[in-house]
Design a binder for this molecule. Structure first.
Ligand code: UD1
Length: 355
């Protein structure tokens, strides 16, 4: 069985890392599986890409396509064309794609046109906001996939509502591979090189809907600055956000801005923080895995179960609403609920693909 794995952006390195470990385990037992890893180059900075491979001991990619930052169409188009070449050469039986980035969609389009079966990890998630590039990517990827590995019950329900039971595909509730990663890598957490108070808020901002809208970006930073006067706010800064803050001359006074951190450093920050404020999809769940309350700086989320159970709250990008939630919201602190599986998602995914 030859599997071709497509990666490109930061969270995909972490997700694919746990599945690759499972593949290696099976190879050691003598099973005949080969994994070919293709890195599209969507993320290319040392601290956005290389550090994950080094630190998590991920197998080195067999192909690096070097596509880099471009407009959505140009990026996706160049990836499709380069991925097609690799697929024609390697003739994999399965193409494995993760999440909802442009690399995911490019992999799905290239593979589907070559009639290669696609396994989509993190299928069925919906924000119902078609303005998000990720929403477009995930809907189109789901539609052409043979295996739809859903992290949650809601994801399974979403697919059923969209009629996926009538399509030639298999819907599997696998649980969440990010949970597998959190459980495994917790033991290796690493403190980032920064001055960190004993009580701090961990914050990340990088979604296009926030960074590319001056009003939203400014409102969020106004709130963060106010909060940072009384409590340390640590913000590992994504290059897109850094660029936009400079362009829009937005003041970040009092906020502790640091370079993007590695996964093991992020795990350390999660473990030691007292609150998470973010617009990242992944971090909302990681806050839950590490039993931390989370304020989400978006108008909607794919992880609705966290909102339902009050582990997480949507604050949008309105300064007043963010401050009101920060001061007054009562979070659920009883984390004894299984929302994302028990950390065996990668095992389940491989079992189904190899069947
Ligand atoms: C992408 C995903 C998003 C995911 C995120 C994880 C899409 C549409 N979005 O968003 O779902 O949550 O990855 O981080 O695929 N840049 C660099 N160096 C890098 C990478 C990016 O400087 O190594 C800068 C460039 O200015 C680039 C911008 O960041 O234009 C945005 O990068 P891009 O890959 O387009 O999307 P992300 O915002 O990272």
């Amino acid at each position: 069985m030859k599997i071709l794995t497509i990666l490109g952006a930061r969270p995909q390195f972490i997700k694919a890392g746990v599945v690759s470990r499972e593949i290696t385990k099976r190879q050691k037992k003598g099973e005949k599986i080969q994994e070919i890893i293709v890195h599209t180059g969507q993320h290319y900075n040392k601290n956005m890409s290389d550090v994950f491979f080094e630190e998590l001991h991920l197998p080195k990619p067999d192909y690096y396509l070097g596509v880099g930052s471009k407009s959505h169409g140009a990026m996706t188009g160049e990836m499709i064309s380069k991925l097609e070449e690799v697929m024609i050469k390697e003739k994999p039986e399965v193409v494995l794609v993760y999440g909802d980035t442009n690399s995911t969609l490019a992999g799905a389009i290239a593979a589907s046109k070559l009639h290669i079966r696609i396994a989509h990890v993190e299928a069925g998630l919906r924000s119902f906001n078609m303005q998000m590039p990720e929403e477009i990517n995930r809907i189109l990827t789901d539609r052409v996939s043979r295996w739809l590995f859903c992290p949650t019950d809601t994801a399974v329900e979403n697919l059923k509502k969209e009629g996926f039971e009538n399509f030639y595909c298999k819907i599997v509730k696998s649980g969440d591979v990010m949970q597998d990663a959190a459980i495994f890598y917790k033991q290796f957490a690493k403190k980032p090189n920064a001055e960190i108070d004993s009580d701090f808020i961990l914050c990340t901002i990088h979604r296009a809907e926030n960074t590319d809208n001056r009003k939203r970006l400014n409102n969020i930073f106004e709130a963060l600055k106010e909060i940072a006067q009384e409590r340390q706010v640590i913000l590992p800064l994504h290059p897109r956000t850094k660029k936009r803050l400079l362009e829009e001359k937005i003041d970040t006074k009092n906020i502790t801005i640091i370079e993007p951190v590695s996964y093991l450093e992020m795990v350390w920050l999660l473990e030691h923080s007292s609150l998470v404020m973010t617009d990242s999809g992944g971090l909302q769940k990681e806050a839950f895995f590490f039993e931390k309350p989370c304020i989400t700086l978006r108008d909607e989320t794919e992880w609705v179960e966290l909102i339902e159970h009050k582990f997480n709250v949507l604050a949008g990008a309105d300064r007043e609403r963010i401050m009101d939630i920060y001061k007054n919201f009562t979070f659920n602190t009883n984390y004894e609920i299984n929302l994302y599986g028990s950390g065996k998602a990668s095992e389940r995914i491989l079992r189904d693909i190899l069947k």
